[in-house]
Design a protein around this ligand. Structure first.
Ligand code: ADP
Ligand code: MG
Length: 288
């Protein structure tokens, strides 16, 4: 039989943006001592707007930088891609055809466009390939910047801005009051990660994290005695969601992530997790 408290909590949770898939997750939630958030779409809105498009190669102007990247981004579901395509539509750009699209896991996308090898990638990818990052790429620390390569040569970059969710600050206040460490793991660059972490007053962050590294981060926290909750989305996050003591798939999460998770965060709102923990503590206090 389902214990009464679980039945009630499941019903209450559903009204508050949470789907509890694993019966013990509700009970476990009050033991959480550290929570590892993903950034984009959870602590932030995940709604990127293009702020700058720059060319660094005289053979391609900024319109060409945008046009060539649009071919790849139309085939990607990443929030960065959605932001770029919004700009492409505003500018009435005709998106060129592409061949052989591939995702470079945690680093970007690649395809053949008009006979050229085009990549849209992270600053980490440039560093690994000894390509220097243009000085003006990070004029604003809070921006996310992606770089466009043609046949492995840098031709330009696109800067995008996302906003912190208004609910994040209140959620973090509740976690801290309950002695829960708030951490962030993101594939985004160090500067952007630090800007978000500083603004929200996080206890720590991990930047330029590749999907498989999230499992290691959680194991390390667990080895220090932490009882870890983690939010994630996408197929790539499934192993980390499974490793976490409480795995929380965010609303836009794919089926694979949702299947691995203990809890689904329907509106991707961190405040719903804070409320779950408060509710869990209050419920079990009454029972004891
Ligand atoms: P996150 O979910 O934290 O953004 P990802 O692993 O999805 O982490 O992406 C990591 C980084 O890889 C992004 O910050 C970006 O630099 C690059 N990237 C991933 N997908 C794309 C894409 N479709 N277009 C441009 N850059 C991308
Ligand atoms: Mg991602």
């Amino acid at each position: 039989a389902i214990p009464l408290v679980v039945a009630i909590s499941t019903a209450v949770s559903a009204q508050n943006g949470l789907l509890i898939r694993n019966r013990t997750a509700f009970e476990e939630s009050r033991k959480i001592s550290a929570i590892l958030f993903d950034k984009t779409g959870t602590l932030t809105k995940g709604d990127f707007g293009v702020t700058r498009i720059e060319s660094v190669d005289k053979n391609y102007n900024s319109d060409e930088v945008l046009r060539l990247s649009s071919a790849l981004e139309q085939s990607s579901e990443h929030p960065i891609a959605v932001g770029i395509i919004k700009k492409v539509k505003e500018n009435n750009i005709v998106i060129p055809k592409l061949e052989k699209f591939t995702a470079i896991t945690g680093k970007g996308v690649e395809a053949i466009v008009e006979g050229k090898d085009v990549k849209v990638v992270s600053p980490g990818f440039l560093r690994e390939n000894n390509i220097s990052i243009p000085e003006d790429a990070y004029s604003d620390a809070a921006e996310t910047v992606v770089f466009i390569l043609i046949d492995s040569k840098l031709i330009g970059f696109i800067a995008l801005a996302d906003e912190i969710r208004p609910e994040s600050a209140e959620a973090i206040r509740i976690f801290k009051k309950n002695n829960i460490k708030v951490l962030m793991a993101t594939g985004d660059n160090e500067k952007t990660a630090k800007a978000v972490s500083d603004k929200l007053g996080l206890d720590g962050y991990y930047a330029e994290v590749l999907p498989h590294q999230k499992v290691e981060i959680i194991k390390e926290l667990q080895s220090k005695g932490e009882f870890v909750a983690m939010t994630g989305d996408g197929v790539n996050d499934a192993p980390a969601l499974a490793q976490a003591n409480v795995g929380i798939a965010v609303g836009s999460g794919t089926d694979v992530a949702a299947e691995t998770a203990d809890i689904i965060l329907v509106n991707s709102n961190p405040q719903d997790i804070a409320n779950l923990i408060l509710f869990g503590k209050a419920t079990y206090r009454k029972m004891i």
